[in-house]
Design a protein around this ligand. Structure first.
Ligand SMILES: [Zn+2]
Length: 544
C-alpha cells in the first residue's frame, strides 16, 4: 500500500461501515475445498519470514533484496511447473530505471546578486541547465480561459524568471487551481484553453520558474529533503517527455527567506493582486547526472485447459517491494521489513500458485500471476505492466490484488493507530462492485459459500478520503478497463514503520483470506462468460 504524497493534507472524515453480506452463495465442490486446504498458515509463515527478513533490507525498488525476492519467487514457479510470461520466455519483465542524481555543488540560485544555498534555501523540482533573466512576479500562474483567468496578464514572461506563489499546495500541480475553477473548465486544449502554472510559464517562454513554498511546505522542509534533495529515480519509459514539449527550464521551490529577498524594495509582494516586473535579475543552475538501473516485475502463466477460454486470463497480483532501509532512522531498527506491506500479498499469491501447481489443477481460463515492483514508489510495476504488457492485456477478465492481509486487531487493542485495523475474521474488500456486477456478486458469493469472513466494504465509497482505490496496483488495471477487487487489512500502528515484521502477522487470518481468494480465482476462471463491465468508474476514481 502506497503512502499518499503529503498525506497530512488529506482531510479526515467519519466513515460509515457497510457490511456486504449474504449475496447468493457460490457453490464450491469438495475438490475445490480440498485444493484450498493445501494453503496453510505454516507455509505462509515460512515464506514470509524469508522475504521479510532483515537480509532482504526492506525490498526497496531497485535493490538487491528485491532481486533476491524475485529470484525466490521465480525458483518456486519453475519448480511448480509455471510458464514464464515476462520478456522473451523469462519470468521477468525488466524495467529500466533512470537515476537522475543532482549535483548540489552545481545547483545554484542567485537573486539580485545574493546567493542562496541548495537544501537550506531552495530545492530543484525539475528542469536542468543554467538560466538567467529579469525576475517577474506571475501570481499563482494559472490560466483558465473560460473563467477569464490569466495570471500573467499585464506582463511578458518570455526570457524571464517567473516567480509563482500560492497560500496552499497541491501534490499534482504544485499550486492548486484557483477557487471556482471546475473539472469542466479544464477539459479543453492544454496551453490554449487552460494551463497549470509551471506549464503555462514554460509555454510563454519563461527561462526559469521559482515557486515560493506555501506555509505547509515551509513547515516540512526536512521531509522535503527526502523527496527533492537527492534527485530522483523513475521508470524511463513511463516518463518520456512528449515530443514538442520544448526545453525544460530549471524550476526551483524556495523558502520564505528567498521569497522575502525577491520582494525586498519592490513595489509589491507575493500577495499583490496583479503580476508585475521586479527590478531584480536571477540566475538558476541545475546539473544532474543520469544512469540506468534495472528492476523487474515477476510474471507467470498457469495455462487453462478449455480450448476456447484458455486464451482469456484471470490476473492475480501483489507488490513484492517495500520501502527499504533508512540508515538515518531515529531508532535502532533501520530496516522497514514490509511483512504485511506487502510481504503478505506476495506470499499469499505464491501460496495460491503452489496450490494450483501441486494439485496440477487445470482451470478453464488461464491464470496470470504478476508480482509488481515499485508499488511504493508510485505504482510503477503495475503502470508499466498495463502500458507495456507482456501478454494480451485485453484478454484479462479481472484482476485480484492482495496488498496487506496479514494483520489483525487483537482483542482489547485501544491504540488509536489501530482504530481501522480489521479483526481476525474481517478484511476490507475494495472495488469489487465498481465496474462489474458479475464480479461483485461472485466475490461476495464465494465468501458466503465458504468461510463467511466479514467482508467490509466501507472504503468502496468513491469519496473515501483515504483514497485507497488509488493506492495500490489494481488501480492501473481498473484504468485499463479491467474490473478489479482489492483485499486489504487496514492501516495500523506498524504501517510503513520498521515494526512491520513477520512475527506480528496473524497467520490463521492469512490462511483464511488466502484460501478464500484462491477459490474466488477458481470461480472466475471457470465462469461461462467473462464478467461484463456494466458500470463506469465514478469520476472520483479515474483522476489522480
Ligand atoms: Zn505500502
Amino acid at each position: 500500500m502506497k503512502r499518499p504524497f503529503l498525506v497530512s493534507f488529506l482531510a479526515l472524515s467519519l466513515l460509515f461501515p457497510t457490511l456486504a453480506f449474504g449475496q447468493a452463495a457460490v457453490k464450491l465442490t469438495p475438490a475445490e475445498r480440498k485444493m484450498a486446504d493445501a494453503i496453510t498458515a505454516g507455509q505462509i509463515s515460512n515464506y514470509l519470514h524469508f522475504i521479510a527478513s532483515d537480509a532482504m533490507g526492506g525490498r526497496d525498488t531497485p535493490s538487491q533484496g528485491l532481486d533476491v525476492t524475485a529470484e525466490f519467487i521465480k525458483m518456486n514457479l519453475e519448480k511448480w511447473g509455471f510458464k514464464p510470461a515476462g520478456d522473451n520466455g523469462t519470468f521477468f519483465q525488466k524495467i529500466a530505471l533512470a537515476r537522475e542524481s543532482l549535483d548540489p555543488e552545481k545547483t545554484t540560485l542567485e537573486i539580485g546578486g545574493q546567493s542562496f544555498k541548495f537544501g537550506d534555501d531552495f530545492f530543484r523540482v525539475g528542469g536542468t541547465g543554467t538560466a538567467s533573466g529579469p525576475v517577474v512576479f506571475g501570481k499563482d500562474g494559472w490560466m483558465v480561459r473560460s473563467k477569464g483567468i490569466d495570471a500573467f496578464s499585464g506582463i511578458d514572461v518570455a526570457g524571464k524568471v517567473v516567480v509563482l506563489s500560492s497560500p496552499t499546495f497541491s501534490p499534482r500541480t504544485t499550486i492548486p487551481r484557483p477557487s471556482g475553477v471546475t473539472d469542466d473548465d479544464l477539459k479543453g486544449e492544454v496551453g490554449v484553453d487552460w494551463a497549470s502554472p509551471i506549464d503555462y510559464a514554460k509555454k510563454k517562454g519563461a527561462v526559469a520558474v521559482i515557486v515560493i513554498a506555501p506555509p505547509q511546505l515551509q513547515g516540512m522542509w526536512q521531509q522535503l529533503m527526502n523527496f527533492l534533495g537527492r534527485g530522483s529515480t523513475y521508470p524511463e519509459k513511463l516518463r518520456e517527455t512528449p515530443t514538442g514539449s520544448g526545453p525544460n527550464p530549471p524550476t526551483f521551490l524556495v523558502s520564505e527567506k528567498v521569497g522575502n529577498a525577491i520582494f525586498a524594495g519592490e513595489s509589491g509582494d507575493k500577495t499583490s493582486a496583479a503580476a508585475f516586473e521586479t527590478k531584480k535579475t536571477a540566475k538558476l543552475s541545475a546539473e544532474t547526472k543520469k544512469e540506468t538501473l534495472w528492476t523487474q516485475n515477476v510474471v507467470a502463466l498457469w495455462e487453462g485447459s478449455d480450448p476456447v477460454l484458455k486464451s482469456e486470463m484471470v490476473a492475480i497480483g501483489a507488490h513484492y517491494d517495500h520501502v527499504g532501509t533508512n540508515p538515518n532512522a531515529r531508532g535502532d531498527d533501520k530496516i522497514w521489513n514490509g511483512a504485511d506491506d506487502d510481504g503478505s500479498g506476495t506470499v499469499a499469491v505464491l501460496a495460491i500458485a503452489e496450490a494450483l501447481g501441486k494439485a496440477k489443477a487445470r482451470t478453464k481460463r488461464s491464470i496470470l500471476f504478476v508480482w509488481h515492483c515499485g508499488e511504493e514508489k508510485g505504482l510503477w510495476g503495475s503502470e508499466y505492466f498495463n502500458k507495456f504488457p507482456t501478454v494480451d492485456i485485453k484478454k484479462v477478465i479481472a484482476q485480484l490484488n492482495i496488498d496487506m492481509i496479514g494483520r489483525s486487531k487483537p482483542a482489547g487493542d485501544t491504540d488509536p493507530k489501530d482504530k481501522e485495523l480489521s479483526g481476525p475474521n474481517m478484511i476490507y474488500v475494495i472495488g469489487k462492485d465498481m465496474m462489474s456486477s458479475t464480479l461483485g456478486n461472485l466475490v461476495s458469493g464465494v465468501n458466503s459459500g465458504y468461510l463467511k469472513l466479514d467482508y467490509d466494504t466501507r472504503y468502496d465509497d468513491p469519496k473515501d478520503p483515504n483514497r485507497f482505490f488509488f493506492r495500490s496496483d489494481h488501480f492501473n488495471y481498473a484504468q485499463n478497463g479491467i474490473p478489479v477487487t482489492f483485499w486489504f487489512d487496514g492501516v495500523h500502528v506498524d504501517y510503513h514503520q520498521p515494526g512491520d515484521t513477520a512475527d506480528k502477522i496473524d497467520y490463521q487470518k492469512m490462511e483464511k483470506v488466502t484460501r478464500t481468494i484462491f477459490l474466488t480465482l477458481l470461480a472466475l476462471s471457470d465462469l461461462k462468460t467473462r464478467p461484463v463491465v456494466d458500470k463506469t468508474l465514478p469520476p472520483e476514481l479515474t483522476r489522480q
